[in-house]
Design a protein around this ligand. Sequence first.
Ligand SMILES: Nc1nc2c(ncn2[C@@H]2O[C@H](COP(=O)(O)OP(=O)(O)OP(=O)(O)O)[C@@H](O)[C@H]2O)c(=O)[nH]1
Length: 386
Amino acid sequence: MIWILIAVGALIVVAAIVGAVALTTGRRRNRGPSATLPPVDISPYDVDQPPAEGATAVALEEAPQAPPAPTLERPEPVAGRMQRLRARLARSGTIGQTILSILSRGDLKEEDWEEIEETLLLADVGIGPTTELMDHLRTETKVLGTTDAQAVRGVLRAELLKLVDPTMDRTLHLEPSLGDDGQPHPATVLVVGVNGTGKTTTVGKLARVLVADDHDVVLGAADTFRAAAADQLSTWGSRVGVTVVRSEREGADPAAVAFDAVKHGREVGADVVMVDTAGRLQNKAGLMDELGKIKRVMSREAPVREVLLVLDATTGQNGMRQAQVFAEVVDVTGIVLTKLDGTAKGGIVVAVQRELGVPVKFVGLGEGPDDLAPFVPEEFVDALLS
Ligand SMILES: Nc1nc2c(ncn2[C@@H]2O[C@H](COP(=O)(O)OP(=O)(O)OP(=O)(O)O)[C@@H](O)[C@H]2O)c(=O)[nH]1
């Protein structure tokens, strides 16, 4: 009897369990497939709110970590650079100081004038401008009739300023142009000069000048003669977020690199493309061929607005000869005089402008990345006299 009761109880328990399971699965089935589940919101921001700058859905995924972006440098403002670097012109300043002290002697003898002439020639002012300055000083000091230091300084300042010529247009012309296709084309700048003058460094420094002035810049490393020049330029570019177009092949056609750089500049909407060149060729015909071709192919993509000739201020008459050859080969529109720090030959500013009829637009006053300054005649002359 007891066995019958146990069996009936067990049957009741099993029936209850089966019923409960059936009920549960029945409810689940009624819920339908998982499509009815609420959607998983993977948006990293509220729909009502605009996304924060730089926010992306990818940020929620466990994506491999991208390498940290290099911190970009902020180039120094361009205005006032010559003033900041004025002390670097101390050695050039010896011309002004020496002439000033001779003029202040009063009642000058012929040997005093010879001393002035020698000072000017040693500073590389050149024969023509030296004679001109001497003539003016003779007349002016006679008219002045005094040895008063301030008055003599005023006369000398005015005469030196005339020689340096503040009327020359020293603007870097980077006006954009509209192509036949109706699209804006970048202004292009070709940088030429003999190797070792500081050309690549100058292109790097100029890129910083342009970035400081809010330009979108692309650089072309068409100095394919020296592989390190492209590396050097890439380093300059990466410090300020500027793309450098280069060829991995040493000795590649520089015109092809220049063309690619301008083309890339157009594609990315840059407003300035600047191209560094090798300038190694010793003979004029070869140089003319190379630079002529580079300029021609660049012009196909966008007009070449500036051809800047880089000259080393310490090389004196040798530098002048190089300048003449380059000026015969390409239409130079501006001169960048490098290494003006640490040379007493600041007179080259006058000589080279006179010789080529082209203004000095920038001067290099040191090896620091922002030691390149727009040339301001008044500040230069004041530095010579301070
Ligand atoms: N003191 C001083 N040094 C400078 C200045 N500009 C350039 N230099 C130095 O001049 C040296 C030569 O510079 P580069 O830019 O390599 O010369 P480059 O003309 O491009 O030479 P290649 O690439 O061989 O054609 C480097 O040590 C520069 O730091 C300047 O204004 N002042």
